[in-house]
Design a protein around this ligand. Sequence first.
Ligand code: FAD
Ligand code: NAP
Length: 547
Amino acid sequence: MTVSEVRRAAPGAQEEQHFDAAIVGAGFAGMYMLHRLRNAGFRVRVFETGDGVGGTWYWNRYPGARCDVESMEYSYGFSEELQQEWEWTERYSGQPEILRYANHVADRFDLRRDIAFNTRVTSARFDEEAKRWRIETDKGDVVSAQFCIMATGCLSSANLPDFPGRDSFAGDTYHTGRWPHEPVDFTGKRVGIIGTGSSAIQAIPVIAAQAKHLTVFQRTPNYSIPARNEPLDPNRVAEIKADYAGLRERNYRMPAGFGSMMPSNDGTALEDDAEVRRSNYEERWERGGFTFLGAYADLLSNREANETAAGFVRERIREIVGDPKTAELLSPDNVIGCKRPCLDTNYFETYNRDNVTLVNVRDNPVERITPKGVVTDGQEYELDSLIFATGFDAMTGALLNIDVRGRGGQTLDDKWSAGPRTYLGLSTVGFPNMFMISGPGSPSVLTNMITSIEQHVVWIHDCLEYLREKRLATIEATPPAEDDWVDHVNAVADLTLYPTCNSWYLGKNIPGKPQVFMPLIGFPPYVEKCDAVAAGGYEGFELDSAP
Ligand code: FAD
Ligand code: NAP
């Protein structure tokens, strides 16, 4: 499509390579984007900080890490051969198996030869004259590409809060999202963990079973639903594989891009009498997984309805946890589902163990970290190992870690100083030819993310083919389209209870981050909109012909 030969710059300077597309990140998004564009004849280079593929599943190796969307659904659907040949062993596969899957995909589609591993993209600048992106890495690469595709991940920039004395701790420290590649043995150790989000809720039962003692520092209690993980029944797998495409298609029409195996109830919670409601919740609680929140259609729009589900979960916590004070401390008082719900295996049960202590850091925050441990409420908890399960600078963190500059040298950081602004979550005004996979303003984290990733990859691929065919040099969202889209994302969120929590969806977990509800709620209408935009010749975008 464009000049793509390697050209040598001035003597002594780095060799500058030319590509049609540079992709940042080799998780599920970057891998599929590479496959798709390369097959269409584009010259592509992927850059990845890690030394392997898999993204999330490469970095998050903490004990107990597994998916929360069932494996038969949380996997690529783009290749019938791939989905037929791969054998998942569990309903929710563990991190090692998901990482093996990512590696299998990389091998099967020969992806590695176009990925530069151990290479972090440090800057991406749009050259207005050349109408190309100039990308630099920490390895000194300088690359020019017509398109810059950010596949940097929504949950890939670890959040390590700035606790006073944080680095003075004398024992071992870990972050769940940057877990060592070698096995970590907590046998005989006094372990502390800060945080009780999805990562901690998966890790706590496994670590408690190994450590001498586990102290959990909890700021906000979380709702958690039993995952009811189990080995996959081969008959069930065969049944799904007999019509895998059918399952993918049915899931595509679901609000979150998955879950058609146990559809949501269309009714509203308050229509049913208390007994019917309870048996509905009980059935879904016993089945396990996110389907619990599909018990009624209005759980995330009507606070009274929501409270019936929240109350049901609090009752279960009180039933499971022996000590009433601990049960009380573990019981959330916010809306259920406005933070991503957690799925667990024996999470609440773990607090019945003698070697587990729950410490409330909501009223008395972590004061400081000392060489010996963690201090809160004037008390020092002595530890050998300390785990930060403190989450991520979600959705924008990884993008803003790169020095991205668009037209007029404007930085993305500046452009998004009051929160991310995008058109379709794919593109942002002032940054032509830059695409984001599962960017803010798209359904992304509110869906089965592999489904959302596939939808974005196909859309971007089709768009690049269109531009090539029409000999167009740039595509850029227009300001009115972006303004309308931002308003739309906010208006949809405001119809729900999502904005009522201190969630990372709103950026509330990061001090100083602008508080904006970042994902768009509702996958099917979003897909429809993206399809209509493309069918209409990329409505809401300005297309510019080659010079
Ligand atoms: P990632 O997998 O995050 O990959 C992004 C990659 O970009 C990373 O490898 C990173 O190193 C690289 N990168 C970032 N910046 C740079 C840079 N400047 N230069 C070079 N490389 C860079 N979603 C679900 O739908 N279901 C689940 O069950 C589920 N479970 C999850 C469990 C955990 C523990 C976590 C943290 C997330 C989970 N998610 C889940 C969300 C998950 O992130 C997505 O499903 C999916 O894996 C994202 O893929 P990705 O390629 O978009 O991003
Ligand atoms: P998270 O949900 O953001 O949880 C972080 C935890 O750390 C919260 O309990 C938070 O408390 C606490 N915390 C943060 N800063 C703190 C501070 N200064 N003092 C005390 N506590 C602090 O992060 P996560 O658990 O890593 O999960 C992030 C997302 O990744 C999930 O929502 C999910 O989308 C995905 N994920 C999925 C799975 C899965 O089941 N497949 C597993 C892990 C992660 P507050 O709540 O008070 O902020």
